[in-house]
Ligand binder design. Structure first.
Ligand SMILES: [Zn+2]
Ligand SMILES: [Zn+2]
Length: 435
């Protein structure tokens, strides 16, 4: 117990020292970060179309003397900053894409941008707050580039397109960045990322060790029956009735078979298609939905039982059914060793009382793909005006972020990078539980 106390004091002491000597850099950067954020907010671009966003980021990194690679995974920008001393490599990731949402507020930097999306004209808005992520990471790059003497190793800045998903028929996002080698040359030892949160007050950080955001899997069930006249069901096999039984059965996997005291799990049917008119029992039905899990053993069990149950139910009613489950997004899994290594740093920056453990969420993040390759830590940063009670959720027209919360993001990612690189500890993927 005593030993632990000493360790924490030593660790925080180092952070506090580094932070103090950089305080002037932090206060000098806040106005710029807010200005960048407002610029990106006013000029949002959809997934895989972040052309001007990428150009502005690349110009900034180049102006700092950072080695820059552009056009990674379409519009991605990667910067490599080498410290004065050799050492490990830490990556910091910001996503850059906006959403097809029409902004509804009276902000002076409100977006009036429209664009074509899946054949229709839509409003475009940074309705998930990725504008803040870009601005924060540009700020971290500027502060760190002025403090190369404190960097033992290398910092890789990853500005990633299409976190919200590439348009149909296109590849994109974290998976494509990895495929194009973003975690290599130099090889990344650990990765950090954050997400602004409209429901967490400014000044606060929320995190969870282990499974923090869910794996998302899309599924399609095809039910085959036998067409007949609606007046003579006995001469056919009704795929609509079978679908009803299947949908009912799927929810019992959640309620009767998943150990929900371990982690949450969700099956949602979002679409069902069958039939053409009132007096025809159709030949087939299609059920489409999403699965959310936070534990790979539970995911494996759920996937297996879905397939077994779907075909057994169909068979019981004289039909046939197949289940296809796409691999989807992985679990955003925070390496427990890395998390416990970094918590003292976060507490030193934000104040112990402002770093709180959060519950897992059933939303998904493609940051998870980096965490499958290297140990990673993804956390949430407060963006809600302190003292307010009303805050709108992400992906909605009224969504807004209080940008007084951004400086804490800059400070935290900067301190985490320095402390990670200066520490002898290097958590490894092979030491983490399956995930
Ligand atoms: Zn989003
Ligand atoms: Zn997001």
């Amino acid at each position: 117990m005593k030993k632990l106390g000493v360790l924490i004091v030593l660790c925080c002491g180092m952070t506090a020292f580094a932070q103090k000597s950089m305080e002037k850099d932090f206060s000098a950067i806040e106005d710029k970060v807010i200005e960048w954020r407002r610029y990106f907010h006013e000029h949002p671009e959809l997934s895989n179309r972040e052309f001007e966003t990428a150009e502005k980021i690349a110009d900034h990194l180049k102006s700092l003397g950072i080695e820059v690679q552009t056009g990674v995974a379409h519009t991605g920008v990667v910067g490599v900053l080498k410290g004065n001393k050799p050492g490990k490599v830490v990556a910091l990731r910001a996503d850059m894409d906006a959403l097809p949402v029409t902004e509804r507020n009276d902000l002076p930097f409100k977006s009036n941008v429209t664009s074509e999306y899946l054949g229709s004209e839509v409003g475009v808005m940074h309705a998930c707050g990725h504008d803040t992520h870009i601005a924060i990471l540009m700020g971290v790059a500027e502060v760190l580039s002025k403090n190369k003497d404190k960097i033992k190793g290398t910092v890789k800045f990853i500005f990633q397109p299409a976190e919200e998903g590439a348009p149909p028929g296109e590849e994109g996002g974290a998976a494509l960045m990895i495929k194009e080698g973003v975690l290599q040359n130099p090889d990344v030892d650990a990765i950090f990322g954050l997400h602004i949160n409209s429901q967490t007050p400014v000044g606060m950080i929320r995190y969870k060790s282990g499974g923090t955001m869910a794996a998302a899997q899309r599924f399609v069930i095809n039910v085959k029956g036998k067409q007949s006249h609606g007046s003579q069901p006995w001469s056919g096999v009704d795929p609509i009735l079978i679908s009803a039984k299947i949908i009912d059965g799927l929810q019992t996997i959640i309620s009767r078979e998943m150990n929900l005291t371990n982690e949450a799990a969700v099956i949602t049917v979002g679409k069902i298609t069958s039939g053409v008119r009132n007096n025809i029992i159709p030949e087939s039905a299609e059920i489409v939905g999403t699965i959310r899990t936070l534990d790979y053993d539970m995911q494996e069990q759920l996937n297996r039982r879905m397939k077994e149950m779907v075909s057994s139910i169909a068979e019981a009613y004289r039909g046939e059914a197949t289940t296809e489950i796409a691999s989807g997004t992985a679990i955003t899994y925070n390496n427990p060793e890395l998390v416990s290594q970094m918590i003292p740093t976060m507490e030193a920056v934000a104040g112990k009382e402002n770093v709180v453990v959060a519950k897992a969420v059933t939303g998904a993040e493609d940051f998870s793909f980096y965490q499958e390759k290297v140990p990673g830590f993804f956390f949430f940063l407060g963006g809600m005006t302190p003292g307010t009670t009303e805050s709108y959720p992400h992906h909605t027209p009224d969504f807004r972020i209080d940008d007084s919360g951004l400086l804490l993001g800059v400070k935290t990612l900067t301190a985490m990078s320095l402390d990670y690189l200066n520490s002898d500890k290097t958590p490894r993927l092979e030491n983490q539980p399956k995930g």
